[in-house]
Design a protein around this ligand. Structure first.
Ligand code: PLP
Length: 391
């Protein structure tokens, strides 16, 4: 049997990981500024996280949601406290797409409407409604095409006001990332998020804050939407929630009432997933990781801005992006193969940094030195090539 070939991959076999570092099968060490796609929140193989999972595994790994699972309540209590949403309700699932799928479905159950507003360059996952609300026609299968989703330009307040003015009574939900990740680290402005809040309240629509990538403390606040001083009706989350253990969820406002069987899951909220997610919140609190993300992230942004050749450095905390020009198109590849540093990207020309929230200033400096060296090298090489072709 072969593997279904859905990704272009690097020919590197990672066999060991700790903190912000990973090692391949030849013993080569890499600095992980990518966090396995924003998943590693408290650092690879964190001791407390490993122990919690191991201890749980010895007791019970799984039983169905037909019985009481007190670990779910323990997780809900911790999450409510850390996120400042103690009066919200938690529904647990297994991934980011599933979280958004349930959020959208719940919104529609709640107000019995169908129109979803999403934004240009949004990414919400690959399941049916989540992918329909994703602004990338190449990953939307014909069966997922629907007129129920409308895309408006991101951060365009006039377009949003106009749409609500004409169709407000049909709008079921607005779904928006606080900082678009796959879309290239595009930050939603505070006034845009405040307007979404205002219009959703006015017209009875549900405000869904997709926090799968930008949430869980990565930006220095628990949800990046918190920077706008607003409360969404539903927050979706996954990635950093389990530090690599697959777990997702939605945090639901008390205004939205549950009914039996409206949502459901076999694996969501299983004992092992809860143990992993509780360990993440415990470590985040003990090590004050949101503060670290804010401080080290601010430092990184400030220093990257000083490097000639990199443009539009942006982001918040440890969710950072910058544009690379054509001369620097090998930057990501060279950082990986020459400097042994993993980074992320967003097509066509954005480098994305999504490291663990435990990243130290020393590791940030190590990255900055390599980045500076490689940018200078590539620019010099390009300059020499253009001089010799002019001769
Ligand atoms: C903002 C956002 N929402 C949803 C998803 C989907 O998450 P998952 O891959 O866990 O289904 C992603 C994944 O990258 C994401 O970045």
């Amino acid at each position: 049997m072969t593997l279904f070939d859905v990704y272009p991959i690097n020919n590197i076999n990672i066999v060991k990981a700790h903190g912000s570092y990973v090692w391949d099968d030849k013993g080569v060490e890499y600095l992980d500024m990518y966090g396995g796609h924003a998943v590693i929140s408290i650092g690879h193989t964190n001791e407390h996280w490993v122990k919690r999972i191991e201890d749980q595994l010895e007791k019970i790994a799984f039983y169905s949601n037909s019985v009481k699972i007190p670990l779910q309540q323990e997780l809900a209590d911790k999450l409510g406290k850390t996120s400042g949403k103690e009066n919200y309700q938690l529904f647990l699932c297994n991934s980011g797409a599933e979280a958004n799928e349930n959020a959208l479905k719940l919104a529609s159950f709640h107000n019995a409407r169908k129109k979803i507003i999403a934004f240009s360059k949004a990414f919400h996952g690959r399941t049916s409604l989540a992918v329909s609300a994703t602004d990338n026609p190449s990953i939307i299968a014909p069966v997922n095409e629907t007129e129920n989703v409308v895309f408006l330009p991101f951060n365009d307040e006039e377009a949003l006001k106009n749409y609500f003015k004409k169709n407000g009574d049909q709008v079921c939900a607005v779904i928006v990332e606080g900082i678009q990740g796959v879309g290239g680290i595009r930050v939603a402005s505070s006034s845009f998020l405040q307007l979404i809040r205002k219009l959703c309240t006015e017209y009875g629509a549900v405000f869904i804050a997709d926090s799968v990538q930008c949430g869980y403390g990565r930006t220095g606040k628990f949800y990046s939407h918190d920077y706008a001083g607003i409360e969404a009706d539903i927050y979706s989350m996954a990635k950093g929630m389990g530090n690599g253990f697959p777990v997702g969820g939605i945090s639901i406002s008390p205004e939205i009432a549950p009914k039996h069987f409206m949502l459901g899951t076999t694996f969501g909220g299983n004992h092992l997933a809860c143990a992993a997610a509780i360990a993440v919140l415990e470590v985040m609190e003990k090590e004050d990781l949101m503060k670290n993300a804010e401080e080290v992230g601010t430092y990184l942004i400030q220093e990257i801005k000083k490097i000639d050749g990199l443009k539009n450095v942006r982001g918040k905390g440890l969710m950072i992006g910058f544009d690379v020009s054509d001369e620097l198109k090998d930057l990501k590849k060279n950082l990986l193969y020459k400097h042994k540093i993993f980074t992320g990207e967003a097509k066509p020309n954005v480098i994305r940094l999504l490291p663990s929230l435990t990243l130290t200033k020393n590791d940030a400096d190590k990255f900055l030195t390599a980045l500076q060296q490689e940018v200078s090298f590539l620019l010099r090489t390009k300059e020499r090539a253009s001089q010799s072709s002019a001769v």
